[in-house]
Design a protein around this ligand. Structure first.
Ligand code: HEC
Length: 144
């Protein structure tokens, strides 16, 4: 129940976007900011938010539920940098390997600084390794 709200919002945003582009789809496509557009088959995917793309994945559901029990959302958003990097940026930086998952889970528990800038991430010592691992798997899932 709880996760339906942001998804509804994403759908509304998506609908608004489609509507806004309705008048001149040619122009908006040709002025696309990305110079290296991937295969045409991938194009429809680009308008889908990462939340929408992965919402049915068990890793997504489990990780998000755990993230919501902690303070992560006060510093991290899925596709926008706030205090900490966006999850999408983290997912783009690291391959989803056991090694990276363990390293990042360790960083969430113990805190750290210097990879994304001068602002430190505080430690989360109350977090179990299992919970931190599930959270990191969720973060790394959010690849575009
Ligand atoms: C007070 C703000 C804050 C909170 C709360 C916070 N983070 Fe962060 N997080 C940051 C900052 C700042 C960085 C960048 C640290 C750096 O540059 O090394 C970061 C980095 C990360 C990274 C990437 C680490 C790396 O080495 O690339 C992950 C993954 C992450 N956070 C997950 C989480 C999770 C999961 C939670 C909740 C348990 C959480 N964060 C809570 C601020 C926060």
């Amino acid at each position: 129940m709880k996760i339906t709200k942001p998804i509804n919002f994403a759908l509304v945003a998506l609908a608004g976007f489609t509507f806004a582009c309705g008048g001149g789809e040619k122009t908006s496509e040709s002025t696309s900011s990305s110079p290296s557009v991937a295969a045409p088959a991938a194009a429809p995917e680009q308008n889908i938010s990462l939340e929408e793309k992965y919402k049915d994945d068990p890793i997504y559901i489990k990780g998000l539920a755990k993230l919501k029990t902690s303070d992560c959302t006060s510093c991290h958003m899925v596709e926008r940098k706030i205090v900490g990097p966006s999850y999408a940026d983290v997912a783009a930086k690291y391959e989803t390997t056991d090694e990276n998952i363990a390293m990042l889970a360790d960083k969430v528990i113990n805190g750290g600084v210097g990879v994304w800038g001068e602002i430190p991430m505080p430690p989360h010592v109350g977090l179990s390794e299992e919970d931190a691992t599930d959270m990191v798997k969720y973060v790394l899932l959010l690849k575009k």
